[in-house]
Design a protein around this ligand. Structure first.
Ligand code: G3P
Length: 220
């Protein structure tokens, strides 16, 4: 499974890019607003920091305007994935942008039928929002399972990008359900690394090592 980071925070992206674990970045208008910076500048900077897809979202509501905004966003860098909402206009824009060679991420997906339509519109990525479904008492992971089944039934190549991830458990369950990508906030990505038994085990190893008085590089 690929890992994207869900943030527009340049410092956090830089930090994670240096680990070699990062396959891409997703942003949305709320995440851009949190930076207090110019959208286009931020998107260009992010696209230079990572090789993989960087999602940048249109804000128009009509297909024509989405296509115009999307073409402009796609012209900023070759790794931009234009993000469009899962509306009829968004799907029309998706098809036109894909026909023009742009990558498209269809976002705000909350049902398997929506995901089916996005795949038919040629989406590169579909973004089901797990956390927001869980918030209203629905089952976000069951949605990923259904989309996986539907895409496999018909051989759709649209990648399932599990979004609105709030916890390490969401990441594990999305991986088990067959998501192609998880887009994860930096905090959750860091949480994935830590385990108390790893820390405890490392402490014990180092204590025993110190007692030997040896140093690996001593003879170098
Ligand atoms: O990728 C979509 C994500 O940013 C939404 O997350 O936590 O606002 O539901 P959240």
């Amino acid at each position: 499974m690929k890992f994207f980071v869900d943030t527009a925070d340049i410092a956090a992206i830089q930090d994670l890019a240096s680990t070699g674990l990062l396959d891409g970045v997703t942003t949305n208008p709320s995440l851009i607003a949190q930076t207090g910076r110019d959208f286009i500048e931020v998107v260009k900077e992010i696209a230079e920091l990572v090789d993989g897809p960087v999602s940048a979202e249109v804000t128009a509501l009509t297909a024509d305007k989405m296509i115009e905004e999307g073409r402009y966003l796609a012209s900023l860098a070759s790794n931009i994935a234009v993000k469009v909402p899962l509306t009829m206009d968004g799907l029309k824009a998706c098809r036109a942008l894909r026909d023009g060679g742009a990558m498209v991420n269809v976002t705000l997906c909350f049902s398997s039928n929506q995901a089916l339509l996005a795949a038919k519109a040629g989406a590169s990525f579909i973004s089901p929002f797990l956390g927001r479904l869980d918030d209203v008492g629905e089952d976000g992971i069951a949605l990923i399972e259904d989309i996986r089944q539907i895409y496999d039934n018909f051989g759709f190549e649209t990648e399932i990008l599990a979004a609105s991830i709030r916890s390490p458990l969401h990441v594990r369950d999305a991986a088990l359900a067959g998501a192609d990508v998880a887009t994860v906030p930096p905090k959750v990505l860091n949480q994935l690394i830590h385990h108390p038994l790893t820390d405890k085990g490392l402490d014990a190893f180092l204590k025993d090592w110190e007692a030997t008085g040896q140093s690996i590089l001593k003879g170098k």
